[in-house]
Design a protein. Sequence first.
Length: 88
Amino acid sequence: MTREELQERIIAILVQDFEFKNPAPNDHLRDVHGFDSIDAIELLAKIEKMLGFALTREEKEQAMAIRTINDILDYIETMQRKRGLVKP
C-alpha cells in the first residue's frame, strides 16, 4: 500500500469513526480535533485490523509519540518495514 493509499484509509477512519472535519496531514490531532488517549487506543485497534497483524506492547508504546496524521503514516510504514511487508 502506498503512502497516499494509507493516508486515504486513515483519513476515512478519522472522519467516519472519530468525526474529524476536514483533517489535514499536519493537524495536531488533540489540539485541532480533540483526539484523546481513548481515541488513540481505538485507532490502534483499527490500524492492527487494517494491517492484519497485532502490535506488540512496545510498538503500541511507540505510538504515544504520534501527534499528526503524518506521524500515523510514518508509524504504519515503520511497522510494515519492521515486519518486512515493505522495502525501506
